[in-house]
Design a protein around this ligand. Structure first.
Ligand code: FMN
Length: 204
C-alpha cells in the first residue's frame, strides 16, 4: 500500500479534493509498493528524543478534534522500540479532555516541532494508558527527580504512520537555553575582539 501516512490520511473525501485540485496523480504515486513510513528509524528517533514538547490531538466521542500541548525536559518522550514511544503525563487542571477522548477512541495525532531548524514531524498512532505506579516497573518513562511535576500516568503510543513536513512558513524560535548558547558565543567573540583592540591600541 506504500506510504502508510497517505494510506490513513488520504480518505475518499481527501482524494476527491486532490482530484478536483489536480494533485491526485502525484499523491497517488505515494500509495504503491511496499509499506513505508510506519517504523521509526534513526532520524525519527533522534528528532523525537531532542524535543521538549509536542502537540497531541485526540478525537472526542462527539467527533470534535481536540489538540493539547505536552511538554517536559528534553527527551521526556522516550522511544521504546521502532513502533512504540511513550511519555510521563503530568497533572494539570484536571479537565481530562484528552483522557476522556482516549477512553473512547485510542487514535492520536502527535505533532513535533523543531522551530530553530524549521522541521516538523507528524505521527498517527494508537494510545494506551499506564498507571503512574507502572511507569518505572513496566516502562522506562519516569523522569526521576530531574523534573518537578506530578506524574499522573504514562501514555504509550503504538506508531501507525508518520510523515515529515517541509519547512515552509515556520518562523525560527529559540528557547532561552538556545538563545543563551548563541549569545554566549557572540559574547566570546566580542571579548576576543576587545582584547585584540586593546593590544593594538597599546602597541600604538
Ligand atoms: C495551574 C495550571 C493552569 C492551567 N490552565 C489551563 C487552562 O486554562 N487551559 C488548558 O487548556 N490547560 C491548562 N493547563 C494545562 C493543562 O491542565 C494540562 O496541559 C493538562 O494536561 C491538559 O489536559 P488535557 O489534555 O486533558 O486538556 C493548566 C495547568 C496548570 C498547572
Amino acid at each position: 500500500m506504500g506510504h502508510k501516512f497517505a494510506e490513513l490520511a488520504f480518505t475518499g473525501a481527501v482524494k476527491n479534493i486532490q482530484s478536483d485540485q489536480g494533485s491526485r496523480n502525484s499523491h497517488a504515486r505515494m500509495e504503491v509498493g511496499d509499506d513505508y513510513n510506519y517504523v521509526l528509524g534513526p532520524n525519527e528517533a533522534q528528532f523525537i528524543a531532542a524535543r521538549d514538547s509536542f502537540y497531541m490531538a485526540t478525537v472526542s466521542e462527539t467527533g470534535w478534534p481536540y489538540v493539547q500541548h505536552r511538554g517536559g525536559p528534553v527527551g521526556f518522550v522516550k522511544i521504546l522500540d521502532d513502533k512504540t514511544l511513550g511519555f510521563a503525563d503530568f497533572r494539570g487542571i484536571r479537565q481530562y479532555v484528552s483522557m476522556g477522548n482516549i477512553s473512547q477512541n485510542d487514535r492520536v495525532s502527535l505533532f513535533f516541532m523543531d522551530y530553530p531548524n524549521k522541521t516538523r514531524l507528524k505521527l498517527l498512532g494508537r494510545v494506551q494508558t499506564l498507571g503512574a505506579s507502572e511507569l518505572d516497573t513496566q516502562q522506562k518513562l519516569s523522569l526521576g527527580d530531574r523534573y518537578k511535576a506530578r506524574v499522573e500516568r504514562g501514555l504509550l503510543i503504538t506508531v501507525e504512520a508518520f510523515d515529515w513536513n517541509c519547512p515552509q512558513h515556520i518562523t525560527p524560535r529559540f528557547t532561552s537555553a538556545e538563545a543563551d548558547y548563541e549569545v554566549s558565543s557572540l559574547q566570546t567573540t566580542i571579548l576576543e575582539l576587545k582584547a585584540k583592540l586593546r593590544a593594538k591600541n597599546a602597541r600604538n
